[in-house]
Design a protein around this ligand. Sequence first.
Ligand SMILES: *Cc1c(COP(=O)(O)O)cnc(C)c1O
Ligand SMILES: [Zn+2]
Length: 377
Amino acid sequence: MEIDMDRLVCTECNEEFPLNEKIWKCTCGGLLDIDFKSAFPVDKIKGRKPTMWRYREAIPILDDKNIISFDEGFTPLIDVAFNDKSVLVKQDHLFPTGSYKDRGASVLVSKVGELAIRKVVEDSSGNAGCAIAAYCAKAQIDCEIFVPEDTAAGKLAQIQFYKAKLNKIPGSREDTGHAVLKAAEIYYYASHSWNPFFFHGTKTFAFEVCEQLGWKSPDTVILPVGNGTLLLGAYIGFNELLGAGIIDKIPKIIAVQAVNCAPLYKAFKEHLEEIPEIDKKDALAEGIAIAKPIRGKQIVEAVKESKGDFIAVDDWEIKKSLRDIGEKGFYIEPTAASTTAGISKYVQRSHSDETIVSVFTGNGLKTTEKMVKILDE
Ligand SMILES: *Cc1c(COP(=O)(O)O)cnc(C)c1O
Ligand SMILES: [Zn+2]
């Protein structure tokens, strides 16, 4: 691996830093991306264990001994009918902690260990906190998770079972964000939205999809978006495969937001230069209810570049989709059902025989109280 060539690059001022610098943002305050030359030795990959680490040459960890893994990934890609239309759905609710966030956590926490950092902080509406806490437990790295006070009880319990320190912050998701930024002045911020290594884990979603399709790109991917950790990761992944000559096009990205919190939908549809301030309401899909996504512009740009589109779904549609999916034998959490509601909306207007790929992002077992309530309605 020509790892010496690889760099952290600021998206604001273009300043470059070595890949092993202990930073999560630029000195100018800008977001960092990773300039990384990935490789895909297809024949070798085929012979490896079915985990996301089979794409070893495409993951920016220097030394194998630093890898923190539960053999996660390479989730099944299953054909699910939506209004009689076939959609291939990645079963990412089957990850060790119950959501695809493990993709990002595995790479990020491996990097944290590689940098010899002994304590991290992270904020989350639940699933990212669970994932970072679990991987830190495996790596024996101290971890403090900041969550909004009203986070689902199951997710709070899960974080505590992993022995992370839990800080419940009163107020909004944004207040939790402010609280963790204070802590991040002292400790390394293992953020799923700021830290670029997280996205170099979630990008394995794209690698797996393409390999499972016989090293071909789908025509369309339908993905949820709040902070865009899966969407931007997938976009990076498809671009790396395109750059390596493995696939010949980037799929069209259809991004799904919840109507109650849809700043990116609004920016895209109204061709706005800046991500607008929105009046955020309570959202059933708490996992994607992000009023001020810090990578908002990158997300809108990625969807535009892919010639994709945005869809917004409301709580009624999410509940209906949750029930429909259950009737097919799948149990997913309400946030994950925003995506499936988006699929239903999309296929109604799609008439071609395109290959559509989407995802179950989180397990229904995480949100039992919400599921019981929905059942009683
Ligand atoms: C994190 C998450 C998403 C996507 O959220 P982003 O904010 O875009 O990263 C979707 N579904 C579930 C279950 C999640 O945990
Ligand atoms: Zn900068």
